[in-house]
Design a protein around this ligand. Structure first.
Ligand code: B12
Ligand code: SF4
Length: 569
């Protein structure tokens, strides 16, 4: 199905029209920090602003990707504000201290206001800023100050920057940064990177300690008793790009296009093998997040990749996003299990088919959700189920109705968000035309979980209340206990993992950034924790007994050896 609204291609044509040819020709941005001292070699900083809600979760792939394709002569430093929060003053001080010559900032829409603030401070300090990522691709005029607002960036990289980034760096090094970089061929036609070949990201050589997901306080204990679980890293790997489904609210079809591209199986397997070796060497845990928007969009190819992973022994526990319709395939689900897929993110969006039709997502069939989740759970694979609240056919009570359904499914990790009109999506255009946008530039006054448009069948306040209810009940101590109870027959490791994931996922909505917040969470869930600890101690005792039993004859052998040694001495 093709996208209904303006695709990146169409949008890109518009951008081209809006930029006069002379402007699009080489446009030099004079580097404000002493042009005379500009050298060919630069120290570049890539910066990702923090989202203000959660902490170090997973490295952002774009930074590591651009770092790997930067011409070797330049040095690239990375700061992810989620792992290393900094305010404007601190970031500028860092940039001065390290004598950074170019700063690249990437951001989703929800972090863009922060990205602009940082960019303003950096430019005021005389260092040029180039911005990239989905938001500036969707509204480049905003970053360039062409919409009547202030200018935030010297240059913007539209769309996928795999091919334009080396050019940006070269131009910046010469002090000849253009305003707009677009991935086009010689005739000006949009060109998508093929992903073959794909750069090798040297995860094993990078200092990823800041992305350790285990709270510092728990590490020493886990180091002694939990076989590598003191250090857990979630590593993003893309195996392909693009999704043709064109859901009305989604930016992906417009951004990556409906042309789907894949890396070679070999390149993905090689990355996994390197990560696996690294994890083994460091006695740490690596979990892979295949960040493809729809990991099984081409089922035949996904099966072939999973088979290659299995054949190469490259399995690591993994998570991926796959739409429910593609999980009907039993063989695919068998391969997911055999290749160590553990959690599947499913964009369910709604249990109401009318809502799904409204957002061009009728390929989701609520009637089959339970069967899909059962098929996964039978193989100890669980789902992160994502729902949107505030869709046009939602009415008060939508949270209760959804929670009731969820309770009848195998336990998973439900997440809820309000419908959000991201710029340049068909949804945005529809709501704009209908005069339903209450905050047309909601990203400039970002407020988590706040609606930016009027829903049709309930008020904004009611929508917020439904959202709050959905989160509160989904992660209440009672629901957590119920979830654990429903997998009481599963291995201990699975139960612990499930519970830990519940604790973390709750933090997506309820701020959980302080020790106090964690302490309260532990106290609230003390019964479940007590049960798990008791089961863990029982298991530990049983395994000690087993070792002792198995060790009895060994001891006698050692005893004999000892006596032999004693004799020979
Ligand atoms: C992984 C991911 C996440 C992770 C983010 C954590 C992480 N560390 O990565 C998780 C799962 C937490 C997440 C959550 C959310 N996500 Co998300 N996510 C993605 C996903 C699937 C992959 C991102 C990725 O790494 N892509 C691969 C890289 C290579 O592509 P890229 O980032 O676009 O980078 C390329 C170009 O954009 C460009 N580029 C990017 N930055 C820069 C910077 C410079 C200087 C330059 C030159 C170039 C450049 O170069 C790169 C190479 O070509 C994308 C969809 C997608 N396929 O991109 C959605 C996506 C980014 N997410 C999206 C959304 C909406 C969200 C949520 C708001 C969803 C929600 N309702 O809760 C949350 C918010 C998270 C938060 N708290 O901030 C939207 C963003 C739309 C927008 N306009 O902002 C996307 C595009 C998906 C969609 N459905 O539309 N997400
Ligand atoms: S929401 Fe998912 S299935 Fe729909 S277009 Fe976006 S990536 Fe594809």
């Amino acid at each position: 199905m093709l996208p209904r609204g303006r695709s990146f291609r169409a949008h890109f044509r518009l951008v081209l029209v809006s930029i006069s040819l002379s402007e699009f020709a080489l446009r030099k941005v004079r580097l404000r920090s002493g042009e005379a001292t500009i050298s060919q070699l630069m120290r570049i900083l890539l910066y990702n602003p923090d989202n203000g809600v959660t902490r170090n979760f997973m490295p952002h792939l774009w930074m590591f990707l651009l770092q790997s394709i930067t011409p070797a002569a330049h040095e690239v430093l990375l700061i992810d504000g989620n792992a290393r929060p900094m305010n404007e003053r601190q970031l500028v001080a860092f940039i001065r201290e390290k004598q950074i010559g170019l700063v690249g900032i990437g951001s989703m829409t929800r972090m863009v206001a922060r990205a602009y603030r940082m960019a303003d401070a950096i430019r005021a300090a005389g260092v040029p800023v180039v911005m990239g990522g989905p938001h500036v691709t969707e509204v480049p005029d905003e970053a360039l100050g062409r919409d009547g607002g202030p200018r935030h960036a010297d240059a913007v990289a539209l769309g996928e920057a795999d091919e334009t980034w080396p050019q940006i760096v070269a131009d910046a090094a010469r002090g000849e940064l253009r305003e707009i970089y677009a991935p086009v061929d010689e005739s000006g036609k949009e060109r998508k990177p093929s992903l073959q070949p794909y750069p090798s990201i040297p995860w094993e050589r990078l200092d990823l300690d800041q992305f350790n997901m285990v709270p510092k306080v728990a590490r020493p204990l886990l180091q002694r008793h939990a076989n590598g679980w003191h250090s857990v890293h979630l590593i993003p790997i893309e195996s392909g790009r693009g999704c043709p489904y064109g859901c009305e609210f989604c930016t992906v079809t417009g951004f990556f296009g409906d042309s789907i591209r894949f890396r070679s199986n070999e390149s993905v397997v090689d990355e996994l093998l390197r990560l696996k070796k690294h994890a083994r060497k460091n006695r740490s845990q690596v979990i892979v997040f295949f960040i493809d928007d729809n990991f099984a969009i081409n089922i035949k190819r996904t099966k072939s990749l999973l088979r290659d992973i299995i054949d190469a022994g490259a399995q690591l526990p993994w998570i991926a996003q796959i739409s429910a319709n593609l999980l009907r395939d039993e063989e695919l689900v068998d391969l997911i299990e055999a290749s160590h897929g553990k959690w599947i993110f499913i964009g369910m969006e709604s249990i109401d088919p009318v809502n799904l039709a409204d957002v061009n997502k009728s390929f989701n069939k609520p009637a089959e959700y339970a069967a899909v989740l059962d098929r996964l759970a039978k193989r100890d694979i669980y789902a992160i189920t994502s729902f949107i609240v505030g869709l046009d056919n939602d009415t008060p009570g939508v949270a209760d109705r959804t929670l009731e359904q969820i309770a009848s499914w195998p336990p998973g990790l439900p997440v809820f968000g309000q419908i959000t009109p991201f710029p340049s999506t068909p949804l945005y255009d529809r709501l704009l035309k209908a005069g339903r946008l209450t905050r047309p530039k909601h990203w400039l006054e970002f407020a988590p979980y706040q609606m930016a448009n009027t829903p049709l069948k309930m008020s904004i306040d009611q929508t917020h209340a439904e959202l709050d209810k959905a989160w509160t009940e989904s992660y209440s101590p009672q629901r957590n206990a119920m979830a654990l109870e429903s997998i009481a027959d599963k291995p201990f490791k699975i139960r612990v993992m499930h519970f830990a994931m519940r604790m973390f996922f709750r933090g997506i909505y309820f701020p959980q950034m302080t020790k106090r917040a964690w302490l309260k969470l532990i106290v609230d869930n003390r019964r479940s924790i007590f049960k798990l600890v008791t089961a863990g101690v029982g298991k530990w005792r049983a395994s000690k007994k087993e070792v002792a039993a198995a060790g009895a004859p060994r001891e006698s052998i050692q005893g004999t050896e000892g006596s032999v040694r004693a004799r020979s001495a």
